[in-house]
Write a protein that binds this ligand. Structure first.
Ligand code: CTP
Length: 401
């Protein structure tokens, strides 16, 4: 049987009736050899006593953000640093809302905002609170950020209602925790650079040239590589998608900055160039805002080529990552163009996709790719960008074995 010996969970217990099940969860975790430290919210303490949690976890229970003794023993940053996984059980509608909105008004929410460790939530609330649009939006925001979840289950509730909202049983939460903590980490010890999003090329201090890239695919790849144990440096253009947990993010605007950030991140075992880099920048960009001159012709933009980041990093030499993966966004002659890019840019693989507007791929949630390697072309089905990312990360792990 699998064991969690040597693993450490920080268990955050919020204020719901299901808090009584957390005692059983601690017992199961301890039985599996897992270290458990509890953070109890003020409302959580209405349902379960710190003494019970302390006795079962055999550890101090942390409750206050501004406690001199707690902070000197183990501050909120160290609480997360010392854990392999943060588990919020029960995760009430309130704590999910705080997490989704970045509130940090007590120890539990502050630890959750400050952590870079994986987070698993076990929602528990009345069915109407669970189904409320606000909770559903908060939950999907959190899932989109990579927060993991177990449940809620369907069943009878303490409030005499029936439906979804019951916290999963402790045994199921334990199974989910094992799934996370014992997941294979084939990329442990590997460093991967990922570029993502668009670049912005300035025209003047207020105007720029950009493109429609959302960063969804690149960010999902960074998250999937990190989930397989890689140390990931994500070099990202301006995007609104959230930073993946556990990944080092370098924010840049222009292609020149993206190249400099990639070079600074070397050495790397692999590099994935998912960014939609502007091919040209404005050579005559103005340092002051360009004003309209009444009656004058519009200003002319003089475009000069940007450095090709993929081709630069993939050029032969001691700093070249072992595996270099490029993307080819095409609207015509997809495979021929992509194969041309593989050779021209000295990439090992090209992930080719059709970005014609009718495919809805650019900026959308799904992708349909063709993986071009020296062995040939693989046509993948249309998949959610996160699933494309997971499959690609698994292939990268195989290639680096
Ligand atoms: N790329 C890059 N630096 C650039 C341009 C592109 O690193 N200055 C990378 C992209 O991240 C992608 C691959 O090169 O991995 C192909 O990008 P794409 O825009 O499809 O190709 P281009 O080289 O720009 O060719 P074209 O515009 O002719 O399609």
């Amino acid at each position: 049987m699998s064991t969690l010996s040597g693993k450490r969970v920080l268990l955050i217990i919020a204020g719901g009736i299901a808090a009584f099940k957390s005692a059983e969860l601690i017992r199961l975790l301890r039985g599996a050899g897992c270290g458990v430290t509890c953070v109890l919210t003020e409302n959580g303490a209405q349902f379960v006593t710190p003494l019970t949690l302390q006795a079962l976890s055999e550890n101090k229970v942390y409750r206050e953000l501004f406690s001199l003794t707690d902070e000197s023993e183990m501050g909120h940053i160290q609480l997360s640093r010392a854990a392999d996984l943060l588990v919020v059980a029960p995760a009430t509608a309130n704590i999910l809302a705080k997490m989704a909105n970045g509130l940090a008004d007590d120890l539990a929410s502050t630890v959750l905002l400050a952590t870079d460790k994986p987070v698993l939530v076990a929602p528990a609330m009345n069915v109407r609170m669970w189904l409320h649009a606000a909770t559903q939006v908060n939950f999907s925001v959190l899932r989109g950020r990579g927060v993991l979840s177990v449940g809620p289950a369907e069943g009878a509730m303490a409030c005499n209602e029936y439906g979804f909202g019951r916290m999963s049983e402790p045994a199921e939460i334990l199974t989910a925790i094992k799934g996370i903590l014992l997941a294979p980490q084939p990329l442990a010890g590997r460093h991967v650079i990922v570029t993502s999003g668009p670049t912005h090329e300035p025209i003047d201090p207020v105007r720029y040239i950009a493109n429609r890239s959302s960063g969804r695919q690149g960010h999902s790849i960074a998250a999937a590589l990190s989930a397989l144990g890689a140390r990931v440096t994500l070099v990202s253009g301006p995007v609104t998608v959230p930073d993946p947990a556990g990944v080092t993010v370098r924010r840049i605007e222009s292609a020149a900055e993206m190249l400099a950030a990639c070079q600074a991140a070397l050495p790397a075992d692999a590099a994935v160039f998912a960014a939609a880099v502007a091919d040209w920048r404005v050579a005559n960009a103005s340092s002051g805002k360009i004003k309209k001159q009444p009656g004058a012709a519009p200003p002319g933009l003089e475009l000069v080529p940007n450095p090709d980041i993929l081709a630069t990093i993939a050029s032969p030499g001691p700093a070249r990552p072992r595996l270099v993966v490029g993307f080819a966004a095409e609207t015509d002659d997809l495979l021929a163009n992509a194969q041309g890019k593989l050779k021209r840019k000295n990439a090992d693989w090209i992930v080719a996709n059709d970005v014609s507007s009718e495919t809805g791929i650019m900026g959308g949630a799904e992708n349909e790719i063709h993986l071009i390697t020296s062995a040939g072309v693989e046509d993948w089905p249309r998949l959610d960008k996160q699933e494309v990312a997971r499959r690609l990360a698994a292939r990268i792990a195989e290639a680096l074995r």
